[in-house]
Design a protein around this ligand. Structure first.
Ligand code: NI
Length: 225
């Protein structure tokens, strides 16, 4: 499932991020990719051990914890701390699939189920830079307003088009979901969204109790915690 979540960060938060990121020192993004990816990747990244990366990453995670749409769609179990990248001057990242297992440190690992990209620049600030996600329904082009996020299955082939004017700043990270299978996550998301809608339209509807029970019992069947 490919999902656009608007306003994960407020306009003020994006402004503060941009001020700090403009003053930051960036390194070659190829430092955090396996050897197969180094040819295709041309961008910059905040260093892994940078205090700014940790600070901004924590703000992103805090925003997500308070976002019911994100929770319902991703059913997060654990996160890889958010990273930040910048594409300028033709910078690009060719078609690839993200690594399946990532190191969280201290012997802990994360299986990447859901990939997230949080846009930090307005679309009109740069040319190119579309995130192209390829799935069984074809290719989807994603270029969102600053503060908005897209989430998609980590199993998808995807790329970032060359940025031919301006700069594209984004945060990106991976989630291990309680529900590993994308099709099951999608069913749960659709059921939960329908229940939320029904609750708004007809709060006393007698089927709400049973539908909510079905949601939780499906989650009980499928969740790994
Ligand atoms: Ni990727």
């Amino acid at each position: 499932m490919l999902l656009h979540i608007p306003n994960v960060l407020s306009r003020e938060q994006v402004g503060r991020f941009r001020q700090k990121l403009d003053a930051a020192s960036w390194t070659d993004g190829r430092e955090t990719v396996g050897h197969l990816g180094t040819h295709a990747k041309r961008n910059e990244q905040l260093p892994e051990n940078s205090a700014l990366r940790r600070e901004l990453g924590e703000t992103v995670l805090l925003a997500l914890v308070n976002n019911p749409t994100f929770f319902s769609a991703a059913l997060p179990l654990k996160y890889l701390p958010p990273r930040f990248n910048r594409y300028t001057g033709g910078g690009t990242y060719g078609f690839h699939v993200d690594g399946a297992v990532m190191n969280l440190g201290q012997g802990e690992q994360l299986r990447s189920d859901v990939s997230c990209t949080l846009f930090l620049c307005e679309p009109e600030e740069y040319d190119g830079g579309e995130l192209i996600i390829s799935d069984t329904y074809g290719e989807h082009e994603v270029k969102l307003p600053a503060g908005d996020m897209v989430l998609y299955p980590s199993s998808s082939l995807h790329k970032v088009q060359p940025v031919t004017r301006g700069a594209r700043l984004a945060s990106f990270f991976w989630v291990q979901s309680m529900v590993r299978d994308d099709a099951r996550r999608r069913l749960l998301w659709e059921l939960d969204s329908s229940i939320q809608q029904l609750t708004q339209d007809c709060q006393q509807h007698p089927s709400l109790v049973s539908l909510t029970g079905i949601y939780h019992n499906l989650l009980r069947q499928w969740a790994e915690t």
